[in-house]
Design a protein around this ligand. Structure first.
Ligand SMILES: [Fe+2]
Ligand SMILES: [Fe+2]
Length: 163
C-alpha cells in the first residue's frame, strides 16, 4: 500500500511550507515530496482548464506532465538512498491531490505559482547538497532545473493571457 508518511502535513500547501524548512531530507521527506509532486499534474491540469487559450493550456499541461516525472525521479532517489521500493501514488490514494482553491488564472495566482516554482528550484539544490549519494543528488538537481523552467513557462503564460 502506498501511503503518505504519517508525520507529513495534511495538505499540499502546508507540506510545501514544511519542505522549504528542510535542508537534509529524510527518506520520509522524500516520500512526502513524491506525493506533492504527483499532485502537481492534477494542479496544472486544473489550471489549464481555466483558460481557453490553446498555447497557455499546452504550456501548463506540459509543466504538469513534468511534475509527475519529478515524482518518478524521487521514487528512484528513494530506492538509491534506502533500497526501498515505493510507487508514485495515483490521484485517489494521494491526500495532496485536490481542489485548487481558486477559479481563475489571476495575476496573483500566477505570480504565486512562479514564486513556488523558483523556490522549488532552490530547494532541490539544497536537498541535492544534503543527500549522501551522487546519483540521488543528480536526480534532485534535474528536478530543480526543471522547476526553474516551469517558472519561466508560467511567466510566458502570464504574458499570453495579458496579450
Ligand atoms: Fe516538480
Ligand atoms: Fe514545477
Amino acid at each position: 500500500m502506498n501511503q503518505l508518511p504519517k508525520q507529513m502535513p495534511a495538505d499540499g500547501m502546508s507540506a510545501y511550507a514544511y519542505f522549504l524548512t528542510v535542508e537534509r531530507p529524510s527518506i520520509d521527506d522524500l516520500k512526502g515530496m513524491m506525493f506533492l509532486e504527483a499532485s502537481g499534474q492534477g494542479l496544472y491540469d486544473g489550471l489549464a482548464a481555466l483558460t481557453d487559450k490553446d498555447e497557455a493550456r499546452q504550456i501548463l499541461a506540459r509543466n504538469g506532465r513534468e511534475e509527475r516525472a519529478h515524482a518518478h525521479r524521487l521514487r528512484r532517489a528513494i530506492k538509491i538512498l534506502s533500497g526501498e521500493t515505493v510507487e508514485v501514488p495515483a490521484p485517489e490514494e494521494n491526500p495532496y491531490h485536490g481542489a485548487l482553491g481558486f477559479d481563475a488564472l489571476t495575476p496573483d495566482v500566477l505570480e504565486g505559482l512562479i514564486g513556488a516554482e523558483f523556490d522549488g528550484e532552490k530547494l532541490y539544490n539544497v536537498w541535492a547538497d544534503g543527500v549522501d549519494n551522487a546519483d540521488a543528488a543528480k536526480l534532485l538537481r534535474q528536478n530543480g532545473r526543471e522547476e526553474g523552467r516551469h517558472g519561466q513557462r508560467v511567466r510566458k503564460v502570464m504574458s499570453l493571457l495579458r496579450g
